[in-house]
Design a protein around this ligand. Structure first.
Ligand code: GDP
Length: 444
């Protein structure tokens, strides 16, 4: 999860002020020194850190903070606002062409995640806007790139145009665009070649494609895990191609977060999306305010809720609501729910989006073993059809059979069935309009 170290250090720095009633200028100086170190350690660009600290400090020595009875809160507020500003203030939507197709050119170094991200974005547009995207494979230097795009296209059911590796990429793009126009596709993605480093030949080729395709977006993919280097790469591409936006990938593996905090200020170009995993659904719109909230350990409930809405199948959710009303929630539904939760990604990452949880020491080394869910599923799989539909049939001898069938101890089977019954009970109460069950769940 991104920003772990930064969140902890910022919170430590600020919490020292919490113990004080009023603070002095010296206190502000001390906390700013710590914030500066925290940002540098998170690999934030030096100039960005300098400007950031200066702005926060200027505001923090003002009367509103020094005279305040809650100085720590005031400083959190200022840091939060300045973090939002440094990351671009508002989410930056995709540029759209007034007539179809909208052309999106993907550029970036090899391995940054260009091909994967093109497919993720096509998939997102398809799911959220019912769009009909089209992808052009113009990376002829890495033969596997074409196959990779075809495999992804197949997975998300989006057509891929290719002409092998012997045709000039500019010609491939020209012909691909014609096909897309004939087919009336509304979005065209051009997957261009990458290199290990920026070089002139690559830039010339990209400039030619840009000139021919006249794209509405030139999206630069950069790997967040490369920190400062990502910022340099972004600057290099932007100087040559005047990109329209940045997609920051692999934020799931970047524990520091420096790139996210530096790119906007250094290049002047917005981060439009962030990649947070390898699955096709792991691409999110970049919201500076939500990211600031996450950095400060204030959680990111909005993203969590959206994730749940997006990943939970709407029809399944309606079916579930009906089952709750009819009190017919059974083990088949339970299995279904487990699978949907598994699809949302590692549970510990979801938990950390809840306010206050990111730096909760009790959760520091929390790892929810995916095997636990698999074991629970194995127990359900060992039940007969009748038993899954009617859990009341589960008498001791059936339970022993299920334990043997799933290879789990009988105590575990008993515990799981007990939890299931409690869940059924709670649903019954909730569907009767009695929220007593829920309150108990939150320990009231
Ligand atoms: P390209 O050379 O720029 O086209 O890069 P690829 O699309 O082939 O991506 C390189 C590797 O990064 C692949 O294994 C991707 O699955 C992986 N990848 C891309 N985006 C993300 C991300 O957001 N998170 C993680 N964990 N992996 C990613």
């Amino acid at each position: 999860m991104a920003f772990e170290g930064l969140t902890e250090r910022l919170q430590n720095a600020i919490s020292k002020l919490r113990r004080k009633g009023k603070i002095s200028e010296a206190d502000v100086k001390e906390v700013m020194r710590e914030i500066r170190l925290a940002l540098l350690e998170a690999d934030v660009n030096f100039t960005v850190v300098k400007n950031f600290v200066k702005k926060v400090k200027n505001r923090a020595v003002g009367a509103e903070v020094l005279e305040s009875l809650t100085p720590a809160q005031q400083i959190v507020k200022i840091v939060n606002e300045e973090l939002i500003e440094v990351m671009g203030e508002e989410a930056s939507p995709l540029n759209k062409s007034s007539k179809i197709p909208t052309i999106i050119m993907m550029v970036g170094l090899q391995g940054a995640g260009k091909t994967t991200t093109a497919a993720k974005l096509a998939n997102k547009l398809k799911k959220e806007q019912n769009a009909r995207p089209f992808m052009i494979a113009a990376d002829i230097y890495r033969p596997a790139a074409i196959d990779q795009l075809k495999i992804l296209g197949n997975e998300i059911d989006v057509p891929v145009f290719e002409m092998g590796t012997d045709v000039n990429p500019v010609e491939i793009v020209r012909q691909g665009l014609e096909v897309a126009k004939e087919n009336k596709n509304d979005y065209v993605f051009i997957d261009t070649a990458g290199r290990l480093q920026i070089d002139e030949k690559l830039m010339n080729e990209l400039a030619e494609i840009k000139e021919l395709a006249n794209p509405n977006e030139i999206l630069l993919t950069v790997d967040a895990m490369t920190g400062q280097n990502a910022v340099e790469v972004a600057q290099g591409f932007n100087d040559q191609l005047d990109v329209t936006g940045v997609i920051l990938t692999k934020l799931d593996g970047d524990t520091r977060g420096g790139a996210a905090l530096s790119i906007r200020e250094v290049t002047g170009k917005p981060i439009k999306f962030i990649g947070q995993g390898e699955k096709m659904s792991d691409l999110d719109v970049f919201y500076p305010d939500r990211m600031a909230s996450r950095i400060l350990g204030m959680g990111d409930m909005l993203t969590l809720i959206e994730k749940a809405q997006q990943d939970f199948d709407q029809k399944e959710a309606e079916k579930l609501a009906l089952k709750m009303r009819e009190n017919s929630f059974d083990f088949n539904d339970f299995l279904n729910q487990l699978e949907q939760v598994q699809n949302m990604g590692p549970i510990e990452d979801l938990i950390k989006m809840i306010p206050g949880m990111a730096t909760n020491p009790a959760l520091k080394n929390l790892k929810v073993d995916p095997k636990d869910l698999e074991r629970t599923k194995a127990i359900v799989y060992s039940m007969t059809k009748q038993e899954r539909e009617n859990p009341n049939l589960l008498n001791p001898s059936r339970r022993r059979r299920i334990a043997a069938g799933s290879g789990r101890p009988i105590q575990e089977v008993n515990r799981m069935i007990k939890q299931f019954k409690q869940m059924q009970d709670m649903m019954k109460k909730m569907s009767n309009g009695n929220l007593g069950g829920l309150e108990n769940m939150f320990g009231n």
